[in-house]
Design a protein around this ligand. Structure first.
Ligand code: GCO
Length: 442
């Protein structure tokens, strides 16, 4: 019988990334990019961020107060290796201390090796376009693994949202390096996969028990307008997504391009993205994933415009009357259930962790509702037999939201950036109670 209780040992956490919280990551590509006017909304810069580099222990105290038993954070490559081949022992020590401080509080660390930012010394090599970059990443991963020694985390992610990195940088050209070049996108795809494989081997060689995955962003993509308009209010962005054949074709193209290629390559060894002209068989990629990480925020409704073939593959804004977030996304809880179901169908028996799910909204009541409605869908998937072992809300403290700057507020902990004061929001206490009792209210 279905109850509100989650499986034993379910992990309740929040997720963060180095550049978004630490502050003063002066040696990475984003830092430089932020200095150029026009790249970040309102001229914001990451600056001191939430000063996570210095305040982590106090922040972990808050997470303990919220009954968290897991926490996802990333290691900043440009801190560990600020100059090519020169590793900063003090930085590595601090990351090791983060692991210790978390464990002391009964919080299981999930560590990401790469969350969007790159050391600036990779610029002359065009970052991930260069075929030498995977070897550089392997050397960095090895430095981290060696430094942590026996204290290394059990759970690792090599990359965060590799397809978002490619899309923003090389397809839409909105982030560094601001290129629109499918040939480069294809190279980056293959190099990220190769870097993943190398890091996987390095970690496993030292820690055979380690559990390694990556955080894969997914949205169900559906065709505009969709027939069952009633399901989601005005505008016809209903659930089934049975728009014109052209929109259906475009939606399936977007789905095949953005949701699956990384995960499929790690399962089958086939690295394939037809629109980038990539179809490569690398059997050594096979099996280099121990669990599946899902980042879920919203769905995407696709309306193809032959006059603007690339940009029309970007999802439509939500229809009027549909609840939307400050990021302009539709609130669509059923989508997380759909993603979990599709992931399980393809990758079972690998367990799934929801490595990110969250919302930026002006009214914290709506954050609470978002958390509850999405967790109810996660629970439904568990009840249907899907092996889901943890959920990470994005994010703990408000932080630097990339090109959106500081006005987006995702945190269950409010940050006053003038004073660095933290205040747990009511939604945070609600999430803390869920974690404490391992069950949804009601
Ligand atoms: C991403 C990242 C996070 C974001 C979060 C909110 O998805 O882009 O993993 O760094 O801050 O998703 O947009």
């Amino acid at each position: 019988m279905a109850t509100n209780t989650f499986p034993d040992a379910f992990l309740w956490g929040t997720a963060t990334s180095s550049h978004q919280i630490e502050g003063n990551n002066v040696n990475n590509d984003w830092w430089e990019w932020e200095q150029e006017p026009g790249n970040i909304k309102n001229g914001d810069r990451s600056g001191a961020a939430c000063d996570g580099w210095n305040r982590y222990a106090a922040d972990y105290d808050l997470l303990r107060d919220l009954n968290q038993n897991a926490y996802r954070f990333s290691i900043e490559w440009s801190r560990v290796e600020p100059k090519e081949g020169q590793f900063d022992k003090a930085a590595l020590d601090r990351y090791l201390d983060m692991l210790r401080q978390l464990r002391k509080r009964g919080i299981e660390p999930f560590v990401t090796l790469h969350h969007f930012t790159n050391p600036r010394w990779l610029a002359p090599r065009k970052y991930w376009v260069d075929d030498e970059t995977p070897a550089a990443f392997e050397r960095y991963a090895k430095a981290v693994v060696d430094h942590f020694g026996d204290e290394g985390p059990r759970f690792w992610m090599t990359f965060n949202e590799p397809m978002v990195l490619i899309t923003m940088g090389y397809v839409l050209g909105q982030w560094l390096p601001k290129h629109r070049n499918f040939g480069e996108a294809g190279r980056v795809f293959l190099n990220l996969l190769e870097a993943h494989r190398r890091a996987y081997k390095v970690i496993k060689a030292r820690h055979p028990q380690a559990q390694i995955g990556l955080a894969n962003n997914m949205s169900p993509f559906q065709a505009y307008p969709g027939l069952d308009a009633g399901a989601a209010g005005a505008g016809g962005q209903g659930g089934a997504g049975r728009g014109s054949w052209l929109n259906r074709f475009a939606a399936s193209l977007v789905n095949g391009t953005f949701n699956w290629p990384f995960l499929e390559a790690l399962r089958t060894g086939r690295a394939r993205i037809p629109v980038f002209g990539v179809n490569h068989y690398a059997p050594e990629l096979k099996g280099t994933q121990d669990w599946v990480g899902l980042n879920y925020y919203t769905r995407g409704v696709i309306r193809f415009n032959p006059l603007h073939p690339v940009t029309s593959l970007v999802p439509q804004p939500p229809a009027p009357g549909v609840e939307q977030t400050s990021m302009g996304n539709e609130v669509y809880p059923a989508g997380i259930h759909q993603c979990l179901t599709e992931l399980w169908a393809k990758f079972k028996p690998l367990p799934i962790y929801v490595t990110e799910n969250g919302v930026s909204v002006p009214d914290d009541k709506r954050r609470e509702a978002y958390i509850l409605s999405h967790l109810a869908q996660v629970k439904r998937a568990i009840d249907e037999g899907i092996d889901i072992r943890g959920y990470f809300y994005w994010t703990s403290t408000d932080n630097f939201e990339w090109s959106e700057g500081y006005h987006q507020r995702f945190g269950i902990i409010e940050v006053d950036f003038a004073t660095q004061a933290r205040t747990v929001r009511p939604s945070g206490w609600v999430y803390g109670e869920i974690a404490k009792h391992n069950r949804l209210p009601g």
